[in-house]
Ligand binder design. Sequence first.
Ligand code: AMP
Length: 574
Amino acid sequence: MKYQQLAEFYNEASSTTKRLEKTAILAKFLKNLDEKDRDVLYLLLGDIYPEYDERKIGISNQLAIKAISKAIGVDEKTVVHEWKEIGDLGKVAEKLTAKKKQATLHRHVLTTEKVLENLRKLPELEGKGTVGKKLALITELLTSAPPLEALYLVRTIIGDLRIGLKESTIRDAMAVAFFSDPEKENLKKIQDAIDKSNDLAAVFDIVRDGKISELEKIHLQVGKPVKVMLAQKAENIHEAFETVGKPCAIEYKYDGFRLVIHKKGNQITLFTRRLENVTKQFPEVIDYTKKYVKGDSFILDSEAVGFDRKTKEYRPFQEISQRIRRKYDIEKLQEELPVEINVFDILYYEGKSLLNEPFEKRTALIKNVISGHPYKIIHAKQIITSDEKKAGEFYKKALRDRQEGVMFKNLKKEYQPGSRVGHMLKVKPETRDLDLVITGAEYGTGKRHGWLSSFILSCKDEKTGKFLEIGKMGTGIKEKSTEESKIGISFKELTEKLKPYIIEEKGKSVKIKPKIVISVNYQEIQHSPNYNSGFALRFPRFTALRPDKSPSDASTLEDVKKDFKSQKRSWRYG
Ligand code: AMP
């Protein structure tokens, strides 16, 4: 397919902010999309492979600037100057391409196949000369691109498409394009297939034939990550019982990070909740899984939690978070920051998906297949009860054990990948913390010169998927590198993490693509006209990086409103 057609579609889609209109435009596009162009589905969200695939484009603004300059034949300074003016590298490429006087006689017609071919070579490049090769691949595309195509090519390359398409828009458009009724049921089936496969093109292959029932053929595959099921919040034990029903299972809510363990024969793969493969980082977990879990093939859902080897006390998440990312010194880290695996669900066992089995069956199976070894791998601490008093005691015990609280689970319900369900509820004390996304920052002065030192925090508007500002934070971050202390982050380290995602610079202020999630503690939430969420945090303080969470996992505006209300009810400080 001509890339021009895709660029025109992007353009049309960004001409409206109304969800229904966007869906209709996309539905028309999908209807006309040929079978062989299925991989265009990835490009719609700015990707080159399915979501579960870890190969991403990964090009910095700096390299994109070089490519624009080379392809168009202007110097880099001009590109940077225009970028500062316009604030969008894609628009810069569009403008400069339009101005270009050179003859365009040798221009090839760009196809989506060619774009994918070149972009897919980028993550494969390693070692010496990589930068030059990457530059050549991008420049080749840009040289052939007329202005509109240059705009979207550059935005795709730097990972900032700005057309407001989300996975849910694609789901809705598939339903509109290929099915008439009953719509809601179809939407759920399409969403389920997306959540199980994390592959939009695979789902498109089936729906384009109009055979919705065929979607059931999309199964879990061991070794391919699945989106995990997420919990809603209950204010207290009484409310939790009312929602999930009696009796129910109550488990420790461990203060660690989600780890999904896949095993197929001798092959064990570990994924985070954002579908990242972290197998290499946790050799001991592979060992425990091999030794202490019966079965040839399975998928386990668990929480990895850190503990102190000497005192055997559990440690808070921020002390072990670095194990998720660090790719070197693994053995040393494993020794210093050991984790215990608490298995709380099983999705697949010996060739069979268990997603539609009731929780009571799944949890019984866990007991059967795991021989519990504390401080290695165990079945998450659990009671099954209808008694509020017993539940209260268990909750207190979880807090004494330094865990976050408890989870209430309906015994009869299925496992719904990717959904925040009402049959799994978390109950935890009011902690005044949120997981927020950094969407902007300011460069510091004096000893913090050259580093970002004040950070704009945003929560997620669950209705639109947009990020809404809720405050500025500069506390909790260290002046010096944290290599030694291993806990926390310094201004320099955080600046380095954020730099690749800067999308606009004006004076000292920068806008940052929502990528980095952090846990933040605060003293109070207030109404505020200064931020577009309508709320402001008082005294927000950094507590931890959340490499295991993606921006879509950030706290929502709804969470903020709930916390705002509950702080009024239980006014404690002052
Ligand atoms: P939150 O991140 O506050 O939405 O809480 C949900 C998270 O709690 C899940 O994504 C898990 O990582 C974690 N968790 C800890 N213990 C459990 C458990 N027993 N069952 C389910 N999730 C748990």
